[in-house]
Write a protein that binds this ligand. Structure first.
Ligand code: PMP
Length: 344
């Protein structure tokens, strides 16, 4: 009898089932137990693989997508990479409309994955026909058998995490999770996980991480869009200057805001203390743990799961570049909260 070959049928089979890893040294000064959900273990190195496969397979089930169809989205970030990866394997075309602000590295990365990238002027308003939103919409209306992913306003973004990340965390913690800490960009990750976990145990606290310069926290507290909250910031993928319908604000107990500089230092400390080379927003989420701890959010018995959305390799010219850190003025920041023995 022939021996079986132990292999996955293709790279997409590796999406999901990411590991949960205990944080040790970096969280030593904090009260409670802390576990990181490492989304960089997805084959596209981020949590966005989950929404890419979920949204595309839903469209297949509905008969909207057939081999040769086109996937369209407006992003130069993780979602673009994941969509390009899923499209290649499944035989779809992938068109990504990106802003001219996107780095050449990012554009090359998307093109390496076979995406057709339209670089659109960054200086025009969102409703200008040249903007990446309008270009994506036009391409969608002109291209038969195409879908526009529209991750900020797509309920399937929430469902992707409700049906995968949420159950994984529940099982990995044997139902003992007490707090979830997750960054909020489109809100899909935090909302999907929160909905699932709160169905299992309504007492689980869901804490969202937002950026200074983003409107989400204030909107959650007041229900109003405060234009004064919106200004430029450096962290990518976290926070927003609009209210995404892919965020279920009712499933989130509270938000905490973090700064660019402290988040950058925390990402670097994760590498130096835990050996975890994660992205900028993973640093932001860890920074949030410190702030929430100071505010008395955790007890000795708390089992806190923190989502680390992507991998550090995408930030070599940013957070992991001393020159970039220096140029941002981040080396001037005093951080009093982290004791000397775990400093890097
Ligand atoms: N971190 C990174 C690096 C991201 O790309 C994103 C997605 N925008 C997030 C965090 C936030 O995830 P979500 O969009 O599901 O809220």
């Amino acid at each position: 009898m022939k021996k079986q070959i132990n292999a996955y049928s293709n790279i997409l089979d590796l999406i999901g089932s990411t590991p949960l890893v205990k944080l040790n040294r970096i969280t030593a000064p904090l009260t409670g137990n802390f576990y990181a959900k490492l989304e960089c273990f997805n084959p596209g190195h981020s949590s966005k693989d989950r929404i890419a496969i979920h949204i595309i397979e839903e469209a297949e089930r509905k008969g909207i997508l057939k081999p040769g169809s086109t996937i369209i989205e407006t992003t130069s970030g993780n979602t673009g990479f994941s969509l390009a990866m899923v499209s290649i394997v499944k035989g779809y075309k992938c068109i990504l409309a990106v802003s001219s602000k996107s780095s050449p590295d990012k554009i090359d990365m998307l093109r390496s994955m076979g995406a057709n990238v339209y670089v659109c002027p960054a200086h025009v308003s969102a409703d200008d026909p040249r903007s990446y939103y309008e270009v994506a919409k036009r391409l969608h209306s002109e291209t038969p058998n195409s879908i526009y992913i529209n991750q900020y306003f797509n309920e399937l973004n929430i469902n992707a995490h409700y049906s995968s990340t949420g159950p994984e965390i529940w099982e990995q913690t044997n139902g003992q999770i007490t707090h979830l800490v997750a960054c909020s960009g489109t809100g899909g990750t935090i909302s999907g996980i929160a909905r699932y976990l709160k169905e299992q145990n309504p007492k689980i606290k869901v804490l969202g991480v937002d950026a200074y310069g983003s409107v989400l926290k204030k909107y959650h507290e007041t229900g109003e869009f405060d234009h004064n909250e919106v200004y430029p910031y450096r962290i990518e993928g976290l926070g927003k200057n609009l209210i995404p319908s892919a965020t279920d604000f009712n499933a989130i107990d509270r938000y905490v805001k973090v700064t660019d500089g402290e988040s950058a230092h925390m990402a670097r400390k994760l590498a130096h203390t835990e050996g975890i080379f994660a992205g900028y927003t993973s640093g932001a989420a860890t920074q949030a743990l410190y702030q929430l701890n100071t505010e008395g959010e955790f007890t000795e018995d708390s089992n806190v799961v923190v989502v680390f959305p992507d991998h550090g390799s995408r930030y070599m010219s940013k957070v992991y570049s001393n020159e970039w850190m220096e140029n941002q003025g981040f080396f001037d920041i005093q951080d009093a909260e982290v004791p000397e023995e775990i400093k890097y």
